[in-house]
Design a protein around this ligand. Sequence first.
Ligand SMILES: [Zn+2]
Length: 189
Amino acid sequence: MYSTLLADATFHELLLAFDRNLADSARAPGCALCGGVLHSAKYPRKPPRRMHALGPEHDWRFSFCCAVDGCRSRATPPSLRFLGRKVYLAAIVVVVSIMQHGISERRMRRLTQAIGVDRRTVARWRLWWREVFTATPFWQIARAAFMPPVDENRLPAALIERFAGGAAERLIALLRFLSPISGGQVQAR
Ligand SMILES: [Zn+2]
């Protein structure tokens, strides 16, 4: 069950560990514009509600700022935890969107109450998958790798089915797959 992963602190620790690795890889080569040293310039991303206790390090998105005066360019590495610059967590956006297909109204209400999102937000996410995500250059290219083609009316459920393993492996594989768009202009709100 994907929804139980949202309440699993170990799963979130794992996502944080992946993000730390991605951040280290982004920082090591230095500023992409001038080669300068990158300093930490993380920013707060606290979700509206947690289903469990996590350390404060989970409420920050890794980001870097060039230390060179006159450059100061920002570099935000891809993330498995945050789908965009907005507050909602990628795992929540994915899992709730998947659950929409095939669970009862009542279970859906319990889930959205537990994570503190309203119906309008869920409807907005559905629209995001169908209209914004499918129009991204990333998906326009990535979708060609799936045969038979992924049913875009059933995103992201139709996508996570293409990855192997148990619920946690599949969810991580999907979040990793989506990470190239996590720092860009196209994001779930
Ligand atoms: Zn620089």
